[in-house]
Ligand binder design. Sequence first.
Ligand code: NI
Length: 194
Amino acid sequence: MVEIKNIKSMAIRFDISNGLSPDRDSKKRMLSDMDGMYLDNIALKEMISKQDILVYEFYELGIPEEPGHIAFGTTILYPGKVGNEFFMTKGHFHSIQETAEIYYCLKGHGFIVMENPNGITEMQEMNPGVSVYVPPRYAHRSINVSKKEPLISFFAFRADAGHDYKTIETKGFRKLLVEYDGKPKLIDNPKWKL
Ligand code: NI
């Protein structure tokens, strides 16, 4: 039997209108935290030199990182573009790759792009009320395609899964979501390396 930490029950508020919690501090990712993540890094540097704005924020609630626990929280991804590429989260594999994740969209319009180590890409559209299942072994990233609204989602995953950001920071995703003729289009990432 697996020994797990017993913790007390808890209730945390997330405001439906902006995804934020009045009870906890969020983790914030600024444009300057996204160095090298976008195709057009020169456009990124130019934006940062003008104003280093918030790209997304999310919650880590300190749930014990053990298999019987479930980590959860919200992600708030703000609207914007770097060059013609939509604002997105860095994306990650789980350190324990055989662990899934669930997202539930509360507000906004976007996509979750997923890819597994065999090169299979999956994409699901996010609108309020849509729940997306990210299967085990898939790296996942949220992308906001709205011009004015944040993309707000609630997530839950096995608490010991861990985050492998390094693989994506080093290699990128195979596919990128860019604006083309005023519409989102999934393209091959010219910078992707094996
Ligand atoms: Ni995840």
